[in-house]
Design a protein around this ligand. Structure first.
Ligand SMILES: Nc1ncnc2c1ncn2[C@@H]1O[C@H](COP(=O)(O)OP(=O)(O)OP(=O)(O)O)[C@@H](O)[C@H]1O
Length: 465
């Protein structure tokens, strides 16, 4: 945040991404990271916050060993932004969650606790840390999880954070209180730390709310304190009794100038914001005719949505909506299956969007059947070749769709399987598949299964109910 140490320390040895500034050496001076400021303003704007023209950094003094200087440079009374909101989708109903502020500070070092001693890794210290504080508007652990998920989606769309809770690049301190039904005033809250997944946030809040209720029912009082979530036990334990702002002895950081953000700069940043998830979701419905559900799935993961978009841009198909539906079906089922099986992220998919377009074109023109398409897709995924080349190379013949030709084969199959036919006519219609299978065998898989089924039903007539 205030030096030029790289943030690429994920796999680095401890204390290798450090410099005199993040080590808190005497006499060094911090310099504000401009990109971090811009990223924070982007986030604040995406969260509908206002950006004051004047903002400043403050010193927060505290006694833990995870900051070399003995204080953290943070923002106290005049943060970079305030008064925003985001919307969550609560079972089909929109709910607004207020955002108090988005501010910037520096991250702390990591403490590694061992038996009787602790080690410090300073690599993380000094990394820009954007803190997003919400209003106490969430009314259930589920709402808190939905809020976190929505927030993460927005951060990833903005490209300002990788958002990985399991790696600590997205963290959550969750505050929770309980109160009797009907009571207007909020109860005393506790703060929970150490959750490393969305599910953990939800579980920790469920546990903590129950614990608070039990304490109060027993005639006890809730203390304002920080508690740690112990994942494998599913409980929260006391970490420390909460300090109040006074304890931090905040004062304006004398080594940094205030931040003066002009209105032009704010508007420039606003204009440069990428399309956000809600807007994309709405557009996928209006522009491509995707269902709400498909549009949701397709935009939840930005990279998946990007891929889908590239397929649509590369598609010449006349019926855009049918193409969008097919593209989303193939992506969500087959392509995602292959990516998962090979542990590949969609950004690195060996199957290019153009290759998927090619496959969908082959299907549209009835050059291959759905079943063949799956095999071709497997090949294309493995080799990176275009589906049409694979079809040529493997000598896959076009499917038989001619009803007269198929009818002849079906007549034969019916004549040769009187037992199956009578079972079918007696009402056990599932045996139809065995007849379809016979036709497929006769045609070496070339017959269009849907036409075969239709013709078989026609020829066999109504089974008994
Ligand atoms: N009574 C309450 N019940 C539940 N949540 C609360 C309550 N009061 C505040 N919160 C939420 O807790 C978070 C922290 O609030 P606030 O900044 O007021 O507390 P704090 O303990 O002073 O924080 P910090 O000391 O870390 O700056 C906010 O997201 C706020 O919405």
């Amino acid at each position: 945040m205030f030096c030029s140490c790289s943030t690429g320390y994920a796999n680095a040895a401890p204390n290798t991404h450090v410099c005199p500034v993040c080590m808190g050496m005497p006499g060094v001076l911090p310099v504000i990271n401009q990109s971090a400021v811009i990223y924070t303003i982007m986030t604040a704007l995406a969260l509908n916050c206002s950006i004051p023209a004047y903002s400043k950094f403050d010193r927060k003094s505290y006694p833990y060993p995870d900051l070399m200087k003995g204080y953290q440079i943070s923002q106290y009374d005049i943060p970079l932004s305030r008064n925003g909101y985001l919307m969550i989708d609560l079972h089909g109903r929109e709910k607004q969650i207020g955002i108090t502020r988005v501010h910037l500070e520096e991250d702390t070092a990591r403490l590694l606790h061992h038996d009787g001693y602790s080690l410090i890794d300073v690599n993380r210290a000094g990394t820009p840390l954007m803190e997003i504080v919400s209003e106490p508007d969430m009314r259930s652990p589920e709402e808190a999880r939905l809020y976190m998920q929505k927030l993460r989606e927005i951060l990833i769309y903005l490209g300002v954070a990788s958002g990985k809770m399991e790696e600590g690049s997205l963290r959550c301190d969750a505050n929770v209180s309980v109160r009797p039904r009907g009571e207007q005033q909020l109860g005393v809250k506790t703060e929970i730390k150490n959750m490393n997944s969305f599910r953990a946030v939800e579980r920790a809040l469920e546990y903590e709310a129950r614990r608070q209720i039990a304490v109060i029912r027993d005639g006890g009082k809730i203390r304002q304190e920080t508690r740690g979530w112990i994942e494998n036990k599913g409980i929260t334990v006391l970490q420390r009794v909460k300090e109040y702002a006074d304890d931090y002895r905040y004062f304006p950081e004398p080594d940094l100038p205030p931040l003066l953000i002009s209105r032009e700069q704010v508007e420039e940043i606003r204009a440069s914001l990428p399309e956000l998830p809600d807007a994309r979701r709405a557009r996928y419905q209006s522009e491509y005719g995707l269902s709400v559900q498909d549009a949701n799935v397709m935009t939840e993961d930005k990279a998946l949505g990007d891929y889908f978009e590239r397929v649509m841009v590369a598609s010449q198909a006349k019926d855009r909506n049918a193409r969008a539906k097919a593209a989303s079906n193939w992506l969500l089922s087959e392509v995602v299956r292959l990516l998962k099986a090979n542990s590949i992220a969609i950004e690195n998919s060996p199957l290019s969007p153009a290759a998927l377009v090619n496959l969908l074109d082959l299907l549209d023109s009835e050059r291959i059947t759905g079943k063949q398409a799956k095999e071709v897709l497997d090949d294309a995924f493995a080799s990176g070749e275009l589906p049409e080349e694979i079809v040529k190379k493997k000598g896959i013949k076009p499917p038989i769709t001619d009803r007269a030709v198929l009818g002849g084969i079906i007549d034969e199959v019916i004549a040769n399987n009187p037992k199956v036919v009578s079972v079918y006519l007696n009402g056990k219609t599932s045996v139809l598949q065995s007849l379809v299978g016979q036709v497929m065998k006769q045609t070496r898989g070339q017959a269009r299964a849907d036409i075969v089924q239709e013709l078989l039903r026609e020829k066999l007539g109504e089974p008994q109910a």
